[in-house]
Design a protein around this ligand. Sequence first.
Ligand code: SF4
Length: 224
Amino acid sequence: MKGRIAEIFDSVQGEGIYLGEKQIFVRFFGCNLSCRFCDTKQYRFTEYEPEELFGEIALYSGDEIHSISFTGGEPLLQHEFLREILMLTRANGYKNYLETNGTLAGELERVIKYVDIVSMDVKLPSSSGMGLLWGLHERFLKAASQKEVFIKTIICGVTPEEELRDALALIKKINPAAIVILQPNSLDDYGLLKKKLDSFQEICFNEGITACIIPQMHIIMGVR
Ligand code: SF4
C-alpha cells in the first residue's frame, strides 16, 4: 500500500495550543475541501510504502521532538495508509498529532486508536466559502473526543457573530471542555480584526468555552 506525501520536514508548530513545540511534519497530498483562504498549495507528491515513510521520519528523530504532525491537505483522505504509518510511529515511541479539517468522521474512527492529539478545524461558512459543514463537524468532534482534541477556527473580517454562536452551540453539545483557537485569517489586516477577535473571545467565555486568540506564528516568524 502506498501513500501520497507532499513533503516531510521538521520545524516548530505554528498554530494552536502546542505552539512552539518541535515536531516532524508529514504533509499528506490532496484535500476534500477547497477553502477560500487555503494557504496549502500542493502540486506534487512522492509515493511511499509505510516502512519507507517511517524511514524518512526517523531521519529527523531526536529527544526534543514533541510529536509527529500528520497534516495536509487532509490526511484522513488516505486513512488506510495513515493507519499503517500511525501504527509504526506509535510502536516506535512517537506521539501522533493529527491536523485535520474535521469533516471525515468515519475515516477518523478507523485511525483514532493510534492518534494522541487531534487538532480539528471548524470551518465557518463565511470565512471558508465551503457552505454549512455543521453536521460533518458534529460527527467528527464526537469521534475525536475519545482523545485529546482542540478546535481551530479561522476568523475573517466578514465572519458574522451568528456563525461563531452556531459553532459554539455545536461544541457545547458535544465537548464543552475542548479549547477553541480563534485564528485570525493571515490574509486579513490583524489590526482591523483585533476588535472582532476580542469580542468573539468574550462570547466564548460567556458561553463557558475556553478560547485563545493565536495567529499563525510560523507565518509571522517566517518559518515553514
Ligand atoms: S481544509 Fe485545509 S488544506 Fe484543505 S482546502 Fe481547506 S485550508 Fe486548504
